[in-house]
Design a protein around this ligand. Structure first.
Ligand SMILES: *[C@@H]1O[C@H](CO)[C@@H](O)[C@H](O)[C@H]1NC(C)=O
Length: 283
């Protein structure tokens, strides 16, 4: 500890800038994991710890959102949680967590924030702030809250000249999803790509493009590579189903007409033959 203080003093002696930037929490520094990602509704831990490791039981630990120092989401002081000024939306959802399985918790300087039932509104910056009568230090981390949307829904509308209007839609994402079209060979550029927000704050995406029939096209929607969903369609080079139906029914009509015609000719032939025989018989 004495050696550390001396180190800080030596650093401070190097210049005024370093002096103001130097940690002043009795030689302790606060570290965080800068970016943490969690699925909506799940539990996560924002790691924050003292280095060198030292018990934080006697320190004041405050976790707060930007510009909300006075209404912290968690405030630990005099070995107790101070709930009176706690931000309402976090009540019952926060506690000290462990930065990893090997952590010894608060007594080894682990100040991590455990957050349960993550909500879309929880996304953003968090500051881990520690103070003692020797000074303070702080570090900030970003929380990303994600939500997986529905599998993309593909629909096709046959146009003239063997073109197909393919549309792809997916709802219920957070943050804003990206949408990518491709065929077997390359990425395709859509005619239209629109994002929208629903009442619960989740985001949707809709896109359409014109492709020639007889291709295999896929639509991928996601917020990252790990969290994406794909739909694929193989378009056959034939006209739209309605047209097939009407053409096949007219073919059936022609066949029925031809059969009827043949039957009538046969009948007529038989009648003529019989009549001829009858007349021959009379003679
Ligand atoms: C393609 O379909 C979308 C609806 O999914 C529609 O808004 C758009 O106007 C259509 N485009 C053409 C060229 O038919």
């Amino acid at each position: 500890m004495g050696a550390l203080m001396m180190h800080v003093c030596l650093v401070a002696a190097l210049g005024a800038y370093l002096c103001t930037a130097a940690p002043v929490l009795g030689g302790l520094q606060v570290f965080v994991t800068p970016i943490v990602s969690v699925r909506r509704g799940h539990t996560t831990t924002l790691p924050c710890w003292l280095n060198p490791p030292e018990s934080a039981e006697g320190l004041e630990v405050r976790w707060f959102r930007p510009d909300q120092f006075d209404s912290p989401i968690m405030f630990y002081q005099k070995k107790k949680f101070q709930d009176s000024s706690q931000k309402a939306s976090y009540v019952g959802r926060v506690s000290f967590g462990l930065k990893d399985a090997a952590s010894g918790g608060l007594t080894t300087g682990d100040l991590s924030l455990k957050l349960e039932n993550a909500m879309i509104e929880d996304a953003g910056d968090y500051t881990c702030y520690v103070s003692s009568d020797q000074g303070y230090d702080r570090a900030s981390a970003s929380l990303i809250v994600t939500e997986m949307g529905t599998s993309p829904l593909l629909s096709a509308e046959w146009k003239e000249d063997h073109m197909v209007n393919l549309s792809c839609e997916s709802v219920g994402w957070y943050p804003e999803p990206s949408l990518r079209w491709s065929d077997q060979k390359q990425v395709l550029t859509p005619e239209s790509l629109k994002n929208s927000k629903d009442s619960s704050g989740l985001l949707s995406v809709h896109s359409w493009l014109l492709v020639s029939s007889s291709t295999e096209v896929s639509c991928t929607v996601g917020v990252s590579n790990e969290e994406s969903k794909e739909a694929r369609v193989h378009l056959e080079n034939h006209p739209q189903p309605e047209f097939i139906q009407s053409s096949s029914s007219s073919v059936a009509g022609w066949v029925a007409f031809a059969l009827l015609l043949i039957a009538m000719l046969v009948l007529l032939g038989v009648l003529c033959y019989k009549k001829e025989r009858y007349m021959f018989h009379l003679r």
